[in-house]
Design a protein around this ligand. Structure first.
Ligand SMILES: NC(=O)c1ccc[n+]([C@@H]2O[C@H](COP(=O)([O-])OP(=O)(O)OC[C@H]3O[C@@H](n4cnc5c(N)ncnc54)[C@H](OP(=O)(O)O)[C@@H]3O)[C@@H](O)[C@H]2O)c1
Length: 275
């Protein structure tokens, strides 16, 4: 049986770590040291802008060097106390340990890790091609599991830190329109729930964030996208939830009720709906 690798091992894209990073910020007890994985995401970028304005220290990871440089420059301009970056294709799980060790070393520790990467993928292609489905599952589930395993153990050993993860309301129930993406987020939600259950008692806060549809590059051009939530309002809620170390957050908040209703629809009716 032949299989197509989910991650192309011949790709030259890999974690590119800057050897000349600035000296780690000294901990003042006020400025938080925040690691963002998937820093060019529209939602992450809006959170970074808020953290930068508060003078937090940031380590930003993304795979597009030009966009990452722009996000980092903007964070510096807004008042971040310290900004360092690494270019990395986070699908390449074999680089995660080195990348994460480098990031916490650069920050001089870690107060918040924010896992934001994700792909919507193409549901119609993924229905026909295991390769396409597996790529969505790899980026949205397998790669975050690798990152979270390292981060969970790092924080648990130190009895400190907050880990926040962007999952999705799409993980609350499989729907015909996006069940491949939804299933990857369902898996991620369950993993993060279990991680919280394991390490909350070690003094680590783990926050699952479930956005409803938000206006970002991911949803651009979608039907009804003009009614999707404003990314800056969503970011404000997310930053507040991370500050408070909340467990499971729906953003905007009404999605908690909407998803409770959707989950309550009996399967014999649900399977006939076009959702
Ligand atoms: N927007 C919504 O309606 C919505 C709703 C629920 C949940 N979410 C979740 O929220 C998160 C952020 O989404 P968003 O709306 O901000 O979308 P976005 O702007 O498209 O951001 C997704 C980010 O993930 C990055 N990424 C994907 N694969 C990567 C990889 N292999 N290595 C490194 N970075 C990678 C992308 O980088 P490139 O640009 O380089 O590809 C991009 O910066 C995602 O996990 C998404 O599933 C979004």
């Amino acid at each position: 049986m032949s299989t197509t690798p989910v991650v192309d091992p011949t790709s030259s894209t890999h974690a590119h770590l800057r050897p000349d990073y600035a000296a780690p910020p000294e901990s003042t007890g006020q400025s938080k040291r925040i690691l963002v994985l998937g820093a060019t995401s529209g939602i992450a970028e809006a959170c970074i802008q808020r953290w930068a304005s508060r003078g937090e220290s940031l380590f930003l990871v993304a795979r597009n060097p030009n966009r990452l440089a722009a996000v980092a420059a903007d964070a510096s301009t807004r008042g971040a106390r310290f900004v360092d970056t690494a270019v990395a294709d986070l699908d390449r799980t074999e680089h995660h340990a080195d990348l994460l060790a480098h990031a916490v070393n650069s920050l001089g520790g870690l107060d918040v890790a924010y896992v934001a990467l994700g792909v919507l993928g193409d549901q119609s292609k993924a229905e026909r091609s295991f390769h396409d489905a597996a790529q969505i599952v790899h980026t949205n589930y397998t790669a975050p599991v690798s990152l979270l395993t390292w981060l969970g153990n790092y924080c648990a050993q130190r009895h400190a830190g907050t880990i926040a993860v962007l999952s999705s309301v799409a993980g609350d129930r499989g729907r015909k329109s996006n069940y491949v993406y939804g299933s990857s987020k369902a898996g991620l939600t369950a993993f993060v729930d279990g991680l919280r259950n394991r390490i909350d008692r070690e003094g680590v806060r783990v926050t699952t964030i479930k956005p409803g549809p938000v206006k970002t590059a991911m949803t651009e051009g979608m039907k009804g996208s003009e009614r999707f939530a404003d990314v800056n309002k969503v970011a404000a809620s997310i930053v507040k939830s991370i500050d408070h170390g909340e467990d499971v957050v729906y953003v905007p908040g009404q999605w908690r009720l909407i998803m409770a209703i959707i989950r309550a629809i009996p399967e014999r009716i649900f399977k006939k709906l076009n959702l």
